[in-house]
Structures are given as C-alpha cells and as structure tokens.
Design a protein around this ligand. Structure first.
Ligand SMILES: [Fe+2]
Length: 254
C-alpha cells in the first residue's frame, strides 16, 4: 500500500499542481493525504482549497488553517526577528481578507488529527497518525534535532504502538527517523521549503506486512509563475525571494 503525504502548500498553486501531477503519474499510489497549512504567504488560498477539495484529498488542520478558520489574532507562527514578525502579520491579514467564506469554513472544519490503517483495520497492521505539528498542538516545531525522549513522549501522547508511523509537517524541513520501532516522518513542504532546495517536497510511504519504507520526493515546478503571482498581488515581494532561496533569505515564518 503506497500513500502520498503533502503538507505546507501555503497557497502556492503552481507547486501543488506539480506535486499532484507527479502523484498522478504513479499509478501505484493508492491515496493522498494533506497535513495542513493550505494557505498563507502566496496569492492562491481559494484555488488551493478548491483543488484539494475537488480532488477529495482528506487531511488535518495546520496552524494557518485553524487560525484563519477561527479568525484568530495571528497565525501561530514563530518569529525570529521584528521584520519577520511584521511580514508574517501582513501575510496573515492578507489571507484573512482574501479567503472566501467557503474556504475559511472548510479550513475551520479540518480535523486536528487523522488515523489511517493502510493495511486495513481488521488486522493488527501499523497505524499512520497524521498531525500538523505534534499530537498536542499544531504550532509546535518538531525539528530533526529533537531528542529521542521527546519523540517517544509524543508516541505516548498519541497512543501509538511499536510499528506505527507518525507524520507531521510545520517545520518545512523534511526528515525521517526510526526509534525503538516507532517511525517519525517530517513531510517537508510543498509550497514553501526551508531546507535550501526550492523544489516542491512531499512524501511517499510504502506499507507492507513486514516493513515501512519512507521516500522523500522533490519535483520542480513553475516557480516563476509563483513569484510573479506574489509580485502582482499586494503581498510583500520578500515572499517571492523566499521561495527562490528556500529559506536562505532572512524572511521566514509559517
Ligand atoms: Fe507551514
């Protein structure tokens, strides 16, 4: 059973289209799930939500989704300096203004967590737990340098058993680790990577009775179209530069 996991699209429609094209090209992929942060930082929030909905892609609420959906005071993102904070607020306010009622209400209804049984719930096969940040909050950054103790504590909070997989996004930097038979998968980001590689990132996971195989995928997309869209909108132009540098420029957030 082969599944695709996509996360942190952040309203980057060209990146999402490229990823879905790659997924469509692999007939072995049985299902696709999203791990939240559909909107923010780019000018296609409604088109992104519409495409995810039209494709029937189920998923969970990222911090951006739940804060836009509930019209919270900010996006719940971390700021490393005052400029970053200012730009983040501009993005959040822009997204609040431009998300349609239908998009906002869809984002508000997304579940916090999903449990998938890739081999069926009738047998003792592995569970795949999908969250955006951690099992307790969608705003906490589960980075690669978190300790084994932190990761194992999350499995307890999530009610997982050995052999299970937990997948999450939010940091925009992909990684994978296995600790004591538990699998930890950070999906990276479709539309706003921060690991220095501008290409859209996503995950393929293969499940069988014996093992779990995790593959980090990258695909090129029409980044010029994405950057043009940002520049032609009244979003800050810095967000276009951020896409090209994939996190090496100073403006972060998300
Ligand atoms: Fe994000």
């Amino acid at each position: 059973m082969k599944l695709a996991l996509i996360s942190d699209i952040h309203a980057n429609l060209p990146a999402l289209e490229a990823v879905l094209g790659a997924i469509d090209g692999d007939s072995a992929i049985a299902a696709t799930y999203h791990l939240g942060d559909l909107v923010g930082y780019a000018p296609w929030p409604n088109e992104t939500v519409a495409l995810i909905r039209s494709r029937g892609i189920a998923g969970v609420a990222g911090n951006y989704d739940s804060t836009v959906g509930s019209r919270y005071k900010h996006c719940g993102c971390r700021y490393e300096d005052p400029l970053q904070e200012q730009l983040s607020h501009l993005s959040f306010e822009w997204t609040l203004r431009h998300a349609s009622q239908s998009s906002a209400s869809y984002l508000a209804r997304l579940p916090f967590r999903m449990d998938v049984r890739p081999l069926g719930g009738h047998g003792p096969g592995p569970s795949l737990v999908l969250v955006h940040g951690t099992p307790t909050l969608n705003t906490v950054y589960w980075t690669e340098d978190r300790s084994d103790d932190f990761c194992l504590k999350m499995t307890t909070l999530a009610g997982m058993k050995r052999g299970d997989v937990i997948a999450f996004g939010h940091t925009h930097k992909p990684w994978y680790r296995e600790i004591d038979g538990f699998h930890f998968v950070n999906t990276g980001s479709v539309g706003r990577p921060k690991d220095g590689d501008w290409r859209a990132g996503f995950i393929l996971i293969d499940f069988d009775e014996e093992r779990v195989a995790v593959h980090h995928e990258r695909v090129e997309y029409d980044i010029a179209r994405a950057c043009d869209g940002i520049r032609k909108s009244d979003l800050p132009d810095d967000f276009a530069e951020y896409l090209r540098s994939a996190g090496r420029s100073m403006v972060s957030g998300g």
